[in-house]
Design a protein around this ligand. Structure first.
Ligand SMILES: *Cc1c(COP(=O)(O)O)cnc(C)c1O
Length: 249
């Protein structure tokens, strides 16, 4: 993943025609999946992950009708404010958040997908309360249990500091957080069954927690990226985060 950030290692789609074709193909795949599993297209949000591309390409995407963008770095996001249509779009934060940057992030994004520890949750709450806002967030769960991945631990019954089941009482009470659901990342594998089972497990966790916390509206499941969004949609994803499939050749 890291190599994706160095400009020399990949080519981005530069023309309106190219981007248009990609949008059409993605849309076709989503509507096929919706037909296959009886879901409605309008309950699914495609988040275009623009972290790979400069403002000129975001501009082309906008002209093609894209309105929901995902960024993983606050610096890159700040640069998007130069775009004349910035305020006509919704911008989500999808990347890991360092403690020292929480203050900059809170109040800037329509949705933060990557609340991955109780510590970050408390900080977001603190700054949201200071700014007198309620920040929409998703809780990132490390459903695949991969060491390299961020997120709350989700093994039911294991009481650890960042276990989602252990933390939820506190999270649900934080007045500065509007918790709307969960985000997960698929494991690094080509095994589609394994990937799908991780998405399935995430939905099960959501359903369990929704039952336990009826006062919350845990409507969103942010799961699935370029290579696995179809599996995620089969398991109930409401937001798919698509970057390279749209912007990278
Ligand atoms: C980069 C990124 C994506 C998009 O990944 P692609 O495989 O390029 O579609 C989605 N989610 C997160 C958290 C990311 O960092």
């Amino acid at each position: 993943m890291e190599k994706m950030y160095s400009r020399t290692k990949y080519n981005i789609c530069k023309t309106q025609g190219e981007l248009k074709n990609r949008l059409i193909n993605i849309e076709k795949e989503i509507s096929d999946i919706c037909n296959q599993c009886g879901r409605k297209r309008n309950e699914i949000t495609v988040l275009s992950v623009s972290k790979y591309v400069p403002n000129e390409i975001v501009d082309i995407a906008y002209r093609l009708g894209v309105r929901n963008f995902g960024e993983n770095r606050i610096e890159k996001f700040e640069n998007r404010k130069k775009l004349s249509f910035f305020n006509n779009c919704s911008w989500d934060m999808i990347g890991h958040i360092q403690s020292r940057k929480v203050n900059k992030i809170v109040g800037q994004f329509s949705l933060i997908h990557s609340i991955d520890t109780i510590k970050v949750a408390r900080l977001v709450n603190k700054f949201a309360c200071e700014k007198q806002i309620c920040q929409p967030v998703l809780l990132q769960v490390n459903t695949s249990n991969e060491e390299s991945k961020q997120g709350f631990i989700s093994n039911f019954g294991v009481l650890e500091r960042d276990n989602i089941f252990a933390c939820m009482d506190e999270l649900a009470e934080l007045p500065g957080l509007d918790i709307q659901g969960f985000m997960t990342m698929a494991p690094n594998t080509n095994d589609k069954n394994l990937i799908q089972s991780v998405f399935h497990d995430t939905k099960v966790i959501r359903d369990k927690l929704q039952n336990l916390y009826p006062q919350l509206n845990l409507k969103h499941l942010s799961m699935g990226m370029s290579n696995d969004f179809k599996l995620a949609l089969l398991e109930g994803a409401t937001i798919v985060r698509i970057g390279s499939r749209l912007f990278i050749k």
